[in-house]
Design a protein around this ligand. Structure first.
Ligand code: HEC
Length: 138
């Protein structure tokens, strides 16, 4: 029994040391950067306009930015809701009827981002949910 206690104590000690040792390495560890990026993406999955805008910032405004290229400017809430020359791209409460939601579906013939990989499904879902919930700025 005494022995077991000693081993257990050593184990706790070892685990304690290990996490203390690991901590300072995190800055220079390339794996830690991956973790950081992951948590950024997770943030984007937390729903609401802010998350939608952060996805658009990463994947869309390169082409749909400053001069409202390709007819639309996806940089701000107001410019998104304004739509383009063909009219609104968001119909609050109706994701299926919203052009901006239609074009990010995997099987859309002109899928966005243009000629790039499709958005991860959870980002598509998030944008869809945001529109279905009324596409508010809050
Ligand atoms: C590499 C450039 C590029 C990126 C990145 C890009 N688009 Fe586009 N987008 C285009 C082009 C080019 C068109 C016009 C396509 C056409 O009509 O054939 C277009 C058209 C559109 C349209 C239709 C506009 C209208 O009024 O007809 C929507 C909506 C759209 N994009 C949304 C998005 C969204 C959302 C993203 C990000 C997920 C995105 N785009 C990323 C280049 C891009």
């Amino acid at each position: 029994m005494k022995r077991l206690g000693l081993i257990a104590a050593l184990g706790v000690f070892w685990i304690g040391c290990k996490s203390a040792d690991d901590a300072p390495l995190e800055d220079s560890n390339p794996a830690a950067e991956g973790t950081q990026q992951e948590s950024m993406q997770l943030q984007a999955v937390s729903a609401g306009y802010k998350s939608v805008q952060s996805i658009l910032n990463q994947k869309c405004i390169l082409c749909h930015g400053e001069n409202g290229k390709e007819g639309i400017d996806l940089r701000t809430y107001e410019s998104i809701m304004k739509g383009g020359e063909h009219g609104p791209i968001i119909k609050p409460g109706d994701a299926k009827g919203s052009l901006m939601v239609q074009v990010i579906q995997k099987d859309h013939p002109k899928r966005m981002p243009f000629k790039q990989d499709a958005l991860p499904q959870e980002h598509v879902d998030l944008i869809e949910d945001w529109v279905n919930e009324g596409a508010t700025k809050g």
